[in-house]
Design a binder for this molecule. Structure first.
Ligand code: OAD
Length: 252
């Protein structure tokens, strides 16, 4: 159990909020056993830095190696289950008149938990995209170690995730920015707030006049400026916060 106390002012602000947005990062999936980005390189893959594998150039040079790395991550995530933090965000979507969930995670755990509207800024591990033409291909045959081929043009299929040096999906980012500047309360949960442009969103929310709440066991570049910095694991802090606002029991 967490010893965290929620300020009555924050509880009132959230209870009265019409529009709420939340940005999540790898930290929200940590309690599901999915290692955070900066802890992810373990075992077999410890010798590689993510920056050496998550690039179009790396895929071009070593398609099989990069495909294998993502297959390993996909397996890890497939075995994981959403945790109390993911579930609390499902409840928040049900409680708040207009709620936008923005995630940097590619693990799909928010949707598996039951969140209905999720803006995936960095794509999704379980989809693929043609490396030549960019067409998204949802149904692809598992070919073991070798990347599958595009059914339309025969080029390699790559994971439909954003790699270093690539642009974020434009329409998704625009929707996230709009929700950010219009919201009354903005949550930044389990993200190191280091990777742009996602890291810009909490600061845009501050400029837009929102109450900004950070949930993270560690300080980040946002902590000093956030109105509330709740130090702890998302799976503990979020249920405690929701209970303080709406009482125990949840909406489900
Ligand atoms: P990081 O791995 O950079 O940061 C994870 C954050 O989660 C850290 O600040 C931890 O302190 C925090 N954390 C750990 N356990 C937590 C818990 N139980 N509850 C809450 N917070 C916890 O992950 P991201 O910020 O998501 O981009 O990284 C951003 C992007 O960098 C990723 O999406 C990825 C990477 O480059 C792409 O792949 C394009």
């Amino acid at each position: 159990m967490t010893a965290l106390t929620i300020s009555p002012d924050l509880a009132t602000t959230l209870r009265n909020a019409r529009r709420v947005a939340a940005l999540t990062g790898a930290g929200i999936s940590a309690e599901s056993g999915v290692p955070t980005f900066r802890d992810a390189q373990t075992g077999l893959w410890a010798q590689y830095r993510p920056e050496e594998l998550a690039t179009p150039e790396a895929f071009q040079r070593h398609p099989q190696l990069v495909w294998d790395w993502y297959a390993w991550r996909r397996n890890l995530v497939a075995k994981a289950e959403p945790n109390a933090g993911h579930r609390a965000l499902v409840e928040l979507e049900q409680r708040v008149p207009a709620f936008t969930l923005i995630t940097q995670n590619v693990d799909g755990l928010h949707r598996r938990a039951g969140s209905r509207r999720v803006l995936e800024l960095h794509g999704n591990l379980f989809r693929t995209r043609c490396f030549a033409e960019g067409i998204v291909v949802d149904n692809w045959a598992n070919t073991g170690g070798v990347p599958p081929r595009c059914p339309h043009c025969g080029a390699w299929l790559r994971p439909d995730v954003v790699w270093f040096g690539e642009m974020l999906p434009e329409a998704v980012l625009r929707e996230a920015e709009e929700a950010t500047v219009r919201c009354d309360v903005f949550f930044s949960i389990g993200t190191s707030t280091l990777v742009y442009p996602a890291a810009e969103l909490p600061f845009a929310a501050l400029r837009g006049g929102a109450t900004v709440v950070e949930i993270n066991p560690q300080p980040t570049p946002l902590s000093q400026q956030a109105h509330y910095s709740l130090r702890g694991a998302a799976g503990e802090v979020l249920p405690t916060l929701l209970a303080a606002v709406w009482g125990r029991g949840g909406a489900d």
